[in-house]
Design a protein around this ligand. Structure first.
Ligand SMILES: NC(=O)C1=CN([C@@H]2O[C@H](COP(=O)(O)OP(=O)(O)OC[C@H]3O[C@@H](n4cnc5c(N)ncnc54)[C@H](O)[C@@H]3O)[C@@H](O)[C@H]2O)[C@@H](O)CC1
Ligand SMILES: [K+]
Length: 470
């Protein structure tokens, strides 16, 4: 599991770690990790420019620049403000042969050490000019700890920022490296240990990784299992206008661990669903989880009857327009940004600017678990836990992909995972399945359902490839 913490918690952990290692000791660990990454990701013959701000973030980079020079590389450095700079770092950089220049010119490689966890979101003055230069030239950027300009705790981007291809972050990820615009500006996030782990509080957010399958072995049927013990998922989805949503939602559910799928819908549609998927049982009966809404009619009834069963419910698409006053933590709402904006009666852009805050507002308003779909799908639980999904491909922006996801999450719920786990495992594996499908080019959503089976298998067996999962 990748963990992310808030700045206040990281500062507290650093203080505790510094009590034994000393502040210089901590910084030297950060410098060693940074130097190691830079030596690997920057081509031998490149002359990178290091953009250095006033704090310890700049200090880290000055020491790393010095270390690179001592290894025979050429490095340019530009100082945001000569009056405010890590003096010991600058002295060592100069002594090691770093060249101080006015600013970036024709550099193709940038090390962003303007601001670290001491940053306020947004850049102005010289830092904003540098951000503008980066936007125009599009060099390869390595961010030190965080990309400068983003909100470290929330990933907002209220003004200019320096988006990175790689972010080398110390001790633990920061929430703003994962969510919202910050998440999309951080590139590949490499967490490097500097000895904070024993001192860190519970993470503010987590992301499932390829190696986490062992945690979810409970969904593998044991020797005594039968179809009912594996869980039954009920689906009320589809309508004359969106008959395909019923098929795709069923396909998603059948790719999951549940032992049976029940389908509820008008007789013609139910008959077509059973024609395509003969294992499906049409009609109501006992279920361990419901999925309502994909491609559904504009009616409150499916959600009302699902909630009356007192089992976990996935509430998607049309059913989102009919939420009662209050829900329960085992209800998973699955809006995209536009649907979530409608729930809050705000503009979609507001949700996209700060998805974590927006999702939290819905969680608080309804006391339900929220899976906010997007390039960085978020899952937020009423108990405060947050998961961010890092798997996927832009090709998943295809009609019907959400129907598959809703069915798959329903199956995970029926198999006994709690709402946060079902939603985040579902989003993660759905993303990996999309990435796998995309190897063959653009794909229709039913291919995602086809891939999910194998992806779930590889995840649980511990053989999922980390590379394809990002
Ligand atoms: N504290 C520690 O134990 C360690 C810190 N390390 C490094 O130190 C960094 C944190 O250093 P600092 O606390 O000095 O913080 P920064 O290096 O982020 O610098 C903060 C300074 O920049 C100014 N500033 C922030 N955002 C601004 C903005 N948008 N516009 C204008 N000025 C702005 C602040 O007023 C403050 O003076 C970490 O990110 C990491 O790179 C590492 O060396 C590891 C150890
Ligand atoms: K930085």
């Amino acid at each position: 599991m990748l963990t992310a913490h808030r700045v206040a918690d990281i500062r507290a952990a650093e203080k505790a770690a510094a009590a034994s290692a000393g502040w210089d000791g901590l910084m030297q660990r950060a410098v060693a990790a940074l130097t190691d990454v830079l030596a690997r990701v920057l081509p031998e013959d490149a002359v990178p420019i290091v953009l250095v701000g006033p704090g310890n973030n700049g200090g880290d980079a000055l020491f790393a620049a010095a270390a690179l020079c001592r290894r025979g590389r050429r490095v340019d450095v530009a100082l945001l403000d000569r009056g405010h700079v890590h003096e010991a770092g600058l002295a060592e950089a100069l002594a090691s042969g770093v060249r101080v220049v006015d600013g970036p010119v024709d550099h193709d490689h940038v090390v962003d050490a303007v601001f670290g966890i001491g940053a306020r979101a947004g850049l102005d003055g010289r830092a904003a000019e540098w951000a503008g230069w980066v936007e125009g030239r599009r060099p390869f950027v390595v961010a030190v700890d965080v990309p400068s300009g983003i909100g470290v705790d929330d990933g907002v981007r209220p003004g200019p920022s320096i988006p990175a291809d790689v972010t080398v972050t110390f001790g633990t990820a920061k929430v703003g490296l994962l969510v919202g615009p910050g998440g999309l500006s951080s590139g590949r996030v490499l967490v490097r240990d500097i000895g904070l782990a024993p001192h860190l509080s519970a993470p503010a957010a987590e992301a499932i990784e390829a190696g986490d399958g062992q945690r979810y072995r409970s969904i593998v049927p044991g020797p005594e299992a039968h179809k009912y013990s594996r869980g039954v998922v009920g689906i009320e989805a589809g309508s004359p206008a969106y008959a395909g949503a019923a098929h795709l939602c069923v396909a998603g559910a059948q790719a999951g661990p549940a032992g049976m799928v029940r389908f509820v819908g008008e007789p013609d549609l139910a008959a077509r669903v059973v024609d395509r998927a003969p294992e499906v049982v049409a009609g109501r009966g006992r279920v361990q989880a419901w999925v309502v809404g994909p491609g559904g009619q504009d009616s409150p009834d499916p959600l009302i009857s699902a909630l009356a069963d007192d089992v976990p419910v996935v509430v998607d698409a049309s059913a989102l327009a009919h939420l009662p006053e209050r829900l329960r933590p085992d209800v998973v709402l699955t809006p995209h940004a536009g649907e979530l904006a409608r729930l809050l009666d705000v503009e979609r852009a507001e949700v996209e600017a700060d998805p974590l805050l927006s999702a939290r507002r819905v969680v608080e308003r309804w006391n339900a678990t929220v899976l906010l779909k997007g390039p960085r799908t978020l899952v937020v639980s009423p108990d405060g836990r947050v998961r961010v999904n890092l798997s996927g491909t832009s090709w998943l922006g295809t009609a019907g992909a959400g129907d598959v996801l809703a069915g798959f999450v329903g199956s995970l719920l029926a198999s006994g995972l709690d709402a946060l786990e079902a939603a985040s495992v579902g989003a993660y594996l759905h993303g990996v399945a999309g990435a796998r499908a995309a190897r063959g080019g653009p794909f229709p959503a039913h291919v995602v359902a086809d891939e999910l089976r194998g992806v779930l298998h590889d995840f649980l067996e511990g053989t999922l490839d980390d590379e394809e999962a990002r």
